[in-house]
Design a binder for this molecule. Structure first.
Ligand code: TRP
Length: 341
C-alpha cells in the first residue's frame, strides 16, 4: 500500500479514545454526561479505547495510596455502566509503556511557552504553587500521546477539556510537519445536548467532586444517602414546581435529573407536580433515582467482589492496546530517524 493510502485508510476509520483520571467515585454529572456518550461511541466506533489515566493522576495526587483503589473504582464504573470488553479496549495507561515513550518524542515539538498558556496549568500553578512540577506542565503532551498512539480520530470530551485537545491537535500538526504526516489530527467530540447537572447545594455551579459531599449524588451512594441528599437539596425562594433555569435554577436542576432518570419529559413532570410541594417532589425523585441506579449498583457490586476478574479484563485490554501502540511506535521511530538495529 502506498504511504498516502495508508494514512487515508487510518483516517477513514473511526478510532475513538476516551480517558479519565481515576480520582474517586463518579457522580450524576458523569452518569448523564460522559457515560452515555461513551456508550454511544461503543456502538459506532470502529475501535473504542477506554483509558484509565493513572499516570495523569500522579500529576496532582499527593499520596499514591489511593491510586490502586481509585483505578479499580473507575474500571468497575466503566464496566458496570456497560463498557463491554468484547467490543472496546479498556485498559490502564500505566500498563502501556508506549504512552511514556511517545510523550518524550512529542515533547520535542511542544514549546514550553505554548504549554505555559494552558489554562488548566495556570490554575493548578496558582492553586498549588508547591506542586508546579514538570509532569503538570507536560500534562497535555502526555494527553496528546494517549490519543496519537492509537491514531485516534475523535475524542469525546467535556468543554473543560477543550484546551487540552486543542494542544493535542497542535502537537499532532507540529509532529507531522517535522517528520512527515503520520498522525490524524484528532477531533473533539462534544455532546452539546447533554444537560449540565448542577450542584444540589449551589445551583450556580456544576456538580463536582471538589465540592462538599452533600452537593452531589455519587454513583456509589446507598439508597438512604441518595434520599437524604435530595431531601436537603437547596430549593428556590419561589415554591411553585416549574422549569425556569434563570429564576428557579435549583428546582430546574432537580426537574432535569428527574426527567433523565425517569425518561419522562419536563412538561409531563410539571403537570404531575402542579400545586404539590417540594417535599413530595423530592421524595418521589429520590425513589426514581434509587430505582434507576439499582441495576448499576448490582453490577458494580459483582465486579467489586471480584477484583481479579477486573484486573484480567484490564490486562487483556492493555495487551490489545499495546499491539496497536507497537505498530505506531515502529513507524514513529523510523520517521524520527532512529537506527533500526
Ligand atoms: N485530562 C483528562 C481528564 O482530566 C483525562 C485524559 C488523559 C484524557 N488522557 C486523555 C481524556 C486522552 C481524553 C483523551 O479528564
Amino acid at each position: 500500500m502506498k504511504k498516502e493510502d495508508k494514512i487515508k485508510e487510518a483516517e477513514s476509520k473511526n478510532i475513538i479514545l476516551t480517558g479519565m483520571r481515576p480520582t474517586g467515585v463518579l457522580h450524576l454529572g458523569h452518569y448523564f454526561g460522559v457515560v452515555p456518550e461513551i456508550l454511544r461511541m461503543q456502538k459506532i466506533a470502529d475501535t473504542l479505547l477506554v483509558m484509565i489515566a493513572d499516570v495523569h493522576a500522579l500529576t496532582t495526587l499527593e499520596d499514591s495510596a489511593n491510586l490502586k483503589k481509585n483505578s479499580l473504582i473507575l474500571a468497575n464504573t466503566y464496566l458496570a455502566s456497560g463498557i463491554d470488553p468484547e467490543k472496546s479496549i479498556i485498559f490502564t495507561q500505566s500498563q502501556v509503556p508506549e504512552h511514556a515513550e511517545l510523550s518524550i518524542l512529542l515533547s520535542m515539538v511542544s514549546p514550553v511557552p505554548m504549554l505555559e498558556l494552558n489554562p488548566t496549568y495556570k490554575e493548578m500553578r496558582e492553586d498549588h504553587p508547591k506542586n508546579n512540577n514538570l509532569g503538570l506542565l507536560a500534562y497535555p503532551v502526555m494527553q496528546a500521546a494517549d490519543i496519537l498512539l492509537y491514531k485516534a480520530t475523535g475524542v469525546p470530551i467535556g468543554k473543560d477539556q477543550l484546551p487540552h485537545l486543542e494542544l493535542a491537535r497542535e502537537i499532532a500538526r507540529r509532529f507531522n510537519a517535522r517528520v512527515g504526516k503520520i498522525f490524524p489530527v484528532p477531533k473533539p467530540l462534544i455532546q452539546e445536548e447533554t444537560k449540565k447537572i448542577l450542584s444540589l447545594q449551589n445551583p450556580e455551579k456544576k456538580m463536582s467532586k471538589s465540592h462538599e459531599e452533600k452537593s452531589r449524588i455519587s454513583l456509589l451512594d446507598s439508597p438512604d444517602m441518595i434520599r437524604s441528599k435530595f431531601k436537603v437539596a437547596v430549593t428556590d425562594s419561589e415554591t411553585e414546581i416549574g422549569f425556569d433555569e434563570e429564576n428557579k435554577p435549583a428546582i430546574s436542576n432537580l426537574l432535569t435529573i428527574y426527567s433523565l432518570f425517569s425518561g419522562r419529559s419536563i412538561a409531563e413532570l410539571e403537570k404531575e407536580y402542579e400545586g404539590k410541594n417540594y417535599a413530595v417532589f423530592k421524595k418521589d425523585l429520590a425513589e426514581v433515582a434509587v430505582e434507576s441506579l439499582s441495576p448499576f449498583h448490582e453490577k458494580y457490586k459483582e465486579l467489586e467482589a471480584d477484583p481479579e476478574r477486573v484486573k484480567s479484563i484490564l490486562r487483556n485490554g492493555a495487551q490489545k492496546a499495546r499491539e496497536i501502540a507497537a505498530k505506531t511506535m515502529a513507524e514513529v521511530q523510523e520517521k524520527v530517524g532512529f537506527l533500526d538495529c
